[in-house]
Design a protein around this ligand. Structure first.
Ligand code: 13P
Ligand code: ZN
Length: 263
């Protein structure tokens, strides 16, 4: 299928980021998923497409997404192949006009990720809040997930503070830090609900013992936030493996960054 320039650019960006997720070792087998709201850039070629198969009822209606269009990675699909053959590993879906079901309209009948409840409920929540969010990316970053296995790090903002203190970049480029959603069954509506609770304060949420979710207007920026937080987690791990727990920058040093960079 031939897409307009905006959609082609979005497909290239998803392919680019899928490649990074694989290279980072964050996307074992089919680990991770991406959704991109393309409603603003669809043209007649897309809106005139007919459903490729049965409509699928959503576990929870998404009233702010009626008639919205998304590119979504497929369930069971490998990020390394999303990178090399994007449209054979994801599909375009259209949410119904009442927000209760969706249709797969292009290019093949590829069922969306099992985390679709989280993706759509996050998009729905953010649009409802008047935010210009376009993307949701979920992945399994090793060191960040490892840190969620420590109960002490699950208390509010404990992990954010440790990660900020590892390197100035993290304080500067992830100024909100990250939220924590306690363990819930992958793909469940409760996991989506736990995630949404964090989104008024954070743009990245760690799913305990599972993975990270980032939101944003721009897919590259969303990836970069997880990547930056992950860099801090690696520095923390690296210091621990050298035999000491890193002290991190002091509160004064972090406050100075906040002041000087207007964070
Ligand atoms: P999907 O293959 O259904 O996208 O699932 C991958 C995953 O990471 C579940 O949390
Ligand atoms: Zn996952």
């Amino acid at each position: 299928m031939v897409y307009n320039n905006s959609i082609s650019e979005i497909i290239s960006q998803i392919a680019e980021v899928a490649g990074y997720l694989w290279e980072r070792g964050w996307a074992e087998r089919n680990g991770g998923n991406i959704s991109y709201n393309i409603t603003d850039v669809v043209d007649d070629a897309i809106t005139s497409l007919k459903p490729l198969g049965e409509s699928v009822v959503l576990p929870q209606p998404v009233k702010n997404l009626c008639n919205n269009y998304f590119i979504v990675t497929g369930t069971g699909k490998r990020m390394r192949y999303v990178h090399s053959a994007p449209m054979s590993n994801m599909s375009i879906i259209r949410i119904s006009e009442d927000g209760t079901y969706y249709d797969i309209i292009a290019e093949e009948y590829i069922r969306p990720t099992s985390e679709l409840p989280s993706h759509l409920m996050i998009h729905d929540y953010l649009i409802g809040k008047g935010r210009k969010n376009k993307v949701v990316v979920h992945t399994h970053p090793i060191e960040l997930v490892a840190m969620t296995h420590n109960p002490a790090f699950l208390e509010k903002d404990v992990l954010s503070k440790i990660l900020w203190s590892m390197i100035p970049e993290t304080r500067a480029f992830c100024p909100k830090g990250l939220g924590i959603a306690r363990y819930q069954l992958p793909g469940s509506v409760v996991l989506a609900d736990e995630t949404i609770k964090q989104l008024d304060e954070y743009d990245v949420v760690m799913w305990e013992k599972h993975g990270a979710v980032a939101i944003g207007e721009d897919l590259i920026e969303a990836f970069d936030m997880i990547d930056t937080l992950s860099k801090s987690a690696k520095i923390y791990e690296s210091a621990c493996s050298m035999g000491f727990v890193p002290k991190g920058m002091t509160d004064e040093q972090m406050d100075e960054l906040k002041r000087v960079f207007n964070l």
